[in-house]
Design a protein around this ligand. Structure first.
Ligand code: IMP
Ligand code: MG
Length: 186
């Protein structure tokens, strides 16, 4: 992986201002939706959701707590999720009776979220909703009801703002489309 991300950048898909404006709006939508709710727990899906979580939290005006869960999905290659999903780190708490909002970076095939939803369902939460920064509807293999979506994006591999390219460049403050030609041979 190169020192600099520029080699892999095809275009900036969502710039910093656009991201931040939309996240502020999402914070307002979520704050309104949960205005009368006690015990709201944000569940951040690591690692990709971490930057989104921290910005989203700052735009919430309602009481909430946070917890983390790490999931890996693995398939035939970087881009293909086969539907096999594994839990690498579980929540630290019992979620029974709590209102859960899953905070995810991106929904692609939907397999990861389906796995998480099925798992959480066995733990008797009061409710479960989903907030994703990005969604690629054209890639969906399983239907997922998503309550809050930042941006619907085309079928392109993206990185930055929490999303990685081979574990790198999660720190970029914008969403970039990857020039996949630059990855060939690496
Ligand atoms: P799904 O199970 O196919 O919905 O995949 C979801 C996971 O794949 C996300 O949480 C990301 O970690 C990863 N992913 C999917 N598309 C992209 C992308 O364009 N860039 C970076 N990671 C992605
Ligand atoms: Mg993810």
């Amino acid at each position: 992986m190169s020192q600099s991300y520029e080699k892999y950048l095809r275009e900036v898909l969502i710039d910093t201002d656009t991201l931040q404006t939309r996240i502020t709006e999402l914070g307002q939508e979520i704050s309104a939706a949960y205005a009368d709710t006690e015990n709201l727990l944000l569940i951040c899906i690591l690692k990709g959701g971490v930057m989104f979580l921290t910005d989203l939290m700052r735009s919430l005006t309602i009481p909430h707590t946070i917890d983390f869960m790490a999931i890996s999905s693995y398939g035939t290659g970087v881009r293909e999720s086969s539907g096999r999903v594994r839990i690498d780190m579980d929540l630290k708490q019992d979620v029974a009776g709590k209102h859960l909002l899953i905070v995810e970076d991106i929904i692609d095939s939907g397999h990861t979220l389906q796995y998480i939803l099925n798992l959480l369902d066995t733990r008797d939460p009061a409710s479960v909703r989903i907030c994703t920064l990005l969604s690629k509807p054209s890639r969906r293999q399983v239907h997922i009801d998503v309550d809050f979506v930042g941006f619907e994006i085309p079928d392109k591999y993206v990185f930055g703002y929490g999303l990685d390219l081979d574990e790198h460049y999660r720190n970029l403050p914008f969403i970039a489309v990857c020039n996949t030609d630059a990855l060939t041979g690496e």
